[in-house]
Design a protein around this ligand. Structure first.
Ligand code: ADP
Ligand code: MG
Length: 387
């Protein structure tokens, strides 16, 4: 999706990933590096071939990114420094969810009460229960995504399983927040060459819906009062002002029963809560914004104004069989006459159960259109896939 925009901007992308990976399938050139994005030597090789480095997953080796950005990488006996966006120290901070939220809390921004856990026994769980009550969350500090790495402790009956879950992991505990809704805002951050903030640009706020901690639906506009909508965008902007590095960031938030907003976590990259921008803001999708920001060509006067009245994004998750999602894909090709457009995106990834292998966005152009009615059969089929 980044490559589609790179073509329009005349920017050459060089990819480090396994040979034939999806990003390389639509971007044939002889500069790609084949290998693991966890291999430091391969990352150095990539840096030799590039003017700027970025990541589309945060679970990367930040030591080697720091080395490349500060000391450089050897090319023909000389050291070449390659800027990394977002900054390697932002990626490092975000990798540790506990430290990430300590950072936001120190900046005066609202996060759920949390505590790092040094020991992983029943008495530690008792201490958490005493502080936060039941239920509470146990979360792996590093390496988690799509709910993997989270464990909800509902009561002492879950202790044995909780102790097993924590084994070998660096863990923190978090107060469970019975939210009304989850909201998310993508934010573009621009900087000058010295790393000084130029500006932040929040996209519209969206509601994100999760099933088993995996995001299944993203809805624009979210059904919240305008005041909450604007507060979410302004909080997200403040969050991103505290970080370093150019690019687009996703800010996930909880909207509590009393209308307060709490930051859940940040992703330092394009994110599924921003996929709707491809149709809703086609002139500046999150992928175009990512390239414009990291190359410092993001037009300062950009208004991130949607061109649709509503948009809903549904993730296509792999089902039990490699072809389980065929019916869902076929539904997107069917004729209909309800004022809604349906856009299919498949990523060229092998299907595995619960893996995000594509998404569908439905858009409407008038508030009179019943977008949610058009979404329903697709949402039903998405949930059938999970059974
Ligand atoms: P991931 O890195 O997998 O996205 P998150 O920490 O964002 O992990 O958690 C995934 C989902 O689990 C959240 O979007 C939310 O639905 C639920 N969740 C996480 N933390 C809490 C919490 N403290 N209170 C209530 N629900 C939570
Ligand atoms: Mg999350």
């Amino acid at each position: 999706m980044l490559q589609e925009q790179a073509l329009l901007l005349g920017v050459e992308l060089v990819i480090l990933d396994e040979a034939g990976s999806p990003a390389k399938q639509i971007n044939q050139n002889d500069k790609h590096v084949a290998g693991s994005f966890k291999d430091a030597d391969k990352i150095r090789e990539l840096a030799r071939r590039c003017d700027v480095l970025t990541v589309e997953i945060e679970h990367v080796d930040t030591q080697v990114l720091e080395e490349i950005a500060t000391k450089g990488v050897e090319v023909d006996g000389k050291m070449k420094k390659v800027p990394v966006h977002p900054s390697w120290d932002t990626i490092r901070l975000i990798q540790d969810k506990y430290l990430q939220k300590e950072h936001f809390s120190k900046a005066g921004l609202p996060v759920a009460p949390q505590m790092a856990l040094e020991t992983h026994d029943v008495s530690t769980l008792d201490k958490v229960a005493e502080a936060y009550g039941f239920p509470f969350m146990l979360k792996a500090r590093k390496g988690s995504y799509d709910g993997r790495g989270n464990f909800k402790v509902n009561g002492t009956e879950d202790y044995a399983e909780a102790v097993k879950f924590m084994e070998g992991l660096s863990i923190y505990a978090e107060k469970f927040l019975p939210f009304q809704k989850e909201l998310a805002v993508m934010v573009v951050r621009t900087e000058d060459d010295e790393g000084n903030l130029k500006d932040v640009y929040p996209y519209p706020a969206v509601e994100t819906l999760h099933v088993d901690s995996i995001c299944t639906q993203v809805v624009y506009p979210p059904a919240v009062p305008d005041e909450t909508y604007q507060k979410a965008r302004s909080l997200a902007s403040k969050v991103i002002q505290t970080l370093k590095g150019r690019g687009v960031y996703a800010v996930e938030m909880f909207l509590l029963q009393d209308g307060e907003l709490v930051i859940n976590e940040v992703a330092p990259r394009p994110h599924n809560s921003g996929h709707y921008t491809m149709e809703a803001l086609p002139a500046m999708s999150q992928f175009r914004a990512q390239l414009c920001a990291i190359l410092d060509i993001f037009p300062a006067a950009t208004k991130l104004q949607p061109r649709v009245s509503g948009a809903v994004m549904l993730n296509i998750l792999g089902g039990a069989n490699p072809d389980s999602h065929d019916k869902l894909v076929n539904m997107t090709h069917q004729d209909h006459d309800d004022g809604v457009d349906v856009f299919l995106h498949l990523y060229g990834k092998a299907s595995k159960p619960s893996r995000k292998i594509g998404h569908i966005t439905l858009t409407s152009y008038s508030p009179a259109t019943d977008l949610m009615a058009a979404v329903q059969p697709f949402a039903d089929e998405v949930s059938n896939l999970r059974q």
